[in-house]
Write a protein that binds this ligand. Structure first.
Ligand SMILES: *[C@@H]1O[C@H](CO)[C@@H](O)[C@H](O)[C@H]1NC(C)=O
Ligand SMILES: *[C@@H]1O[C@H](CO)[C@@H](O)[C@H](O)[C@H]1NC(C)=O
Ligand SMILES: *[C@@H]1O[C@H](CO)[C@@H](O)[C@H](O)[C@H]1NC(C)=O
Length: 505
């Protein structure tokens, strides 16, 4: 195997564990409120959840079920509290009956595509790969705009917005939700009509695990040409990579909407990765006029179908079998920590030069730069809870990963990613310094309980970083649909205190 192939394969392994904290298929129902185990199990029995679907720490199936949806080994470390029980729901009634446990939605992953109407229904427990596979099998000219990593769970991904290679043309996954089926805090089963406008707004970008359990989503599928074009160009630090990144910041958010060009910066190189909704010939002309410095030519092109492009971005090869999209993985293989930023003014070249010293010193770290603009800039920042629209050039994800267990390794990696993040502060969004809710970052703040519920004032600290002005409306919706704060975790939306009532509700 050539070194490039080895390097690419390594990059694949690195990138596609970006399943990140939107833990595939798991919704946490009131994890903080652990009650009495026996009473709980009895309650489930009377609620008719078959005993084989309830996994408790004593049962042999518990550990495997727990790790099957976890992508970050940090969440299986001894210090992480274990759920009292995992309920592997097989139908809506099991989710409606579940209280005080981790509800595993992995079995609720049916995908039904209606190609004639260009819609799909997908269970929250499906992965993006399973969704893409089903859409690709139904049509060569339909697609769904969502994230690049196929093992990411649909439920968490859509709940937090969900951006990917089609966002500049079609916006977020959440922008393309037509309906949803939700179990609310009272165990009722609701759809977009019966849940009301406010809750339907909140679940499309307000982050998972705050408002209810979304069991399934009705999605608008979007049109793509039968042939799309992809390329990957790698430039080393000593091949003007800093100049290229600097220029990329200026041009990538204003490229035609059907062209997505991201950058992955790692170790000693920057890798430019592109999806174009069109043919190679035109793409070469666009690149020649807008970004000649990259030196992209016809020989860089691969003309493939959209479904092959999902394999290409996930595994860096378009000739791999589509069935790879269906591989959910069964256990985590690494530890990681991610943080994110939004960039609103191009970052000066000397800062990029300085970034190489961070990356070269730390082999296990990388940056992903995802361009916005296009459709992302057209949607109003209050149309959904996801506020990062016009004015944002791109998103940075800082990502550190490692394989060895131990405090020292953990500290080393955390301080690397935090140190780089601190150093970038002057050059990224301010007041507040914003981040992407799906790249959950507990460093931004965590909830505190005041009285019986999560404090709104404390929640604002992290909440406005993910949701800006939409945080208050999210908290008002929370007060309306879950006033007792049944669905809560370190960064769930707190209920807005009554005296602060939100005007439009
Ligand atoms: C939502 O549920 C109601 C009540 O069950 C039903 O009458 C209605 O048709 C559903 N709406 C949609 C869009 O499915
Ligand atoms: C860049 O550096 C690599 C080794 O780090 C070297 O092999 C290569 O020749 C250099 N290229 C240029 C253009 O200097
Ligand atoms: C918290 O809940 C308990 C039990 O429901 C209730 O007795 C108590 O008054 C509540 N406290 C506050 C501050 O709301």
């Amino acid at each position: 195997m050539s070194t490039t192939a080895t390097a690419s394969r390594r990059l694949v392994l690195i990138l596609c564990i970006l399943a990140l904290p939107c833990i595939s298929g798991i919704a946490v129902a009131a994890a903080a409120a652990a009650g009495d185990a026996d009473a709980f199990l009895h309650c489930l029995e009377t609620a008719a959840v078959p005993p084989q679907l309830v996994h408790t720490p004593g049962s042999p199936s518990y550990a495997a079920t727990l790790v099957s949806s976890i992508r970050n080994l940090r969440f299986v470390a001894p210090a992480t509290p274990l759920p009292l029980a995992i309920v592997a729901a097989a139908e809506a009634g099991h989710a409606q009956a579940t209280r005080f446990a981790v509800l595993d939605l992995a079995a609720l992953r049916n995908v039904r595509v209606d190609a004639d109407r260009a819609v799909a229904w997908v269970g929250s427990g499906a992965t993006l790969g399973e969704l893409y596979y089903a859409v690709g099998a139904a049509s060569r000219t339909l697609a769904f705009p969502a994230g690049i990593c196929p093992t990411v769970g649909v439920g968490g991904h859509i709940s937090g917005g969900g951006f990917g290679s089609l966002m500049r043309r079609y916006g977020l996954a959440a922008d393309n939700v037509l309906d949803a089926v939700v179990v609310d805090a009272d165990g009722r089963l609701l759809n977009s009509t019966t849940m009301g406008e406010d809750l339907f707004w909140a679940i499309r970008g307000g982050g998972g695990e705050s408002f209810g359990v979304v069991l399934s989503w009705k999605l608008r599928l979007v049109c793509v040409p039968e042939t799309v074009t992809v390329f990957t160009i790698r430039r080393r630090r000593n091949e003007s990579a800093s100049d290229l990144i600097t220029k990329w910041q200026h041009i990538s958010p204003s490229l035609p909407k059907n062209l997505y060009l991201r950058v992955v910066v790692q170790s000693k190189h920057a890798q430019f990765e592109s999806l174009y909704l069109g043919r190679c010939g035109r793409l070469v002309r666009v690149m020649e006029s807008r970004f000649p410095e990259l030196g992209m030519t016809e020989s860089d092109c691969e003309e493939i179908t959209w479904i092959q492009s999902t394999v290409y971005f996930a595994f860096y090869s378009s000739s791999k079998p589509l069935e790879l999209l269906l591989d959910r993985g069964t256990k985590p293989d690494r530890y990681f920590k991610a943080k994110s930023d939004y960039v609103q003014e191009p970052i000066p070249i000397h800062i990029w030069e300085n970034t190489w010293t961070w990356l070269e010193d730390h082999d296990a770290g990388l940056l992903i730069l995802d361009p916005y603009g296009g459709e992302m800039a057209r949607v109003s920042p209050s149309a959904t809870p996801f506020p990062h629209r016009e004015g944002n050039l791109y998103n940075i994800q800082y990502y550190s990963f490692w394989f060895e267990h131990g405090e020292e390794t953990l500290e080393k990696h955390l301080s690397w990613v935090r140190g780089l993040y601190d150093e970038m502060e002057p050059y990224v969004s301010k007041n507040p310094r914003t981040g992407y809710a799906n790249y959950r970052d507990i460093d931004l703040g965590r909830n505190e309980i005041e009285g019986n519920v999560t404090s709104y004032t404390k929640g604002k600290v992290w909440g406005e970083k993910y949701f800006k002005g939409n945080f208050e409306r999210l908290a008002a919706v929370k007060a309306m649909v879950d006033p007792d704060d049944f669905f809560r975790n370190e960064q769930s939306i707190p209920p807005l205190p009554a005296q602060q009532g939100w005007s439009s509700i």
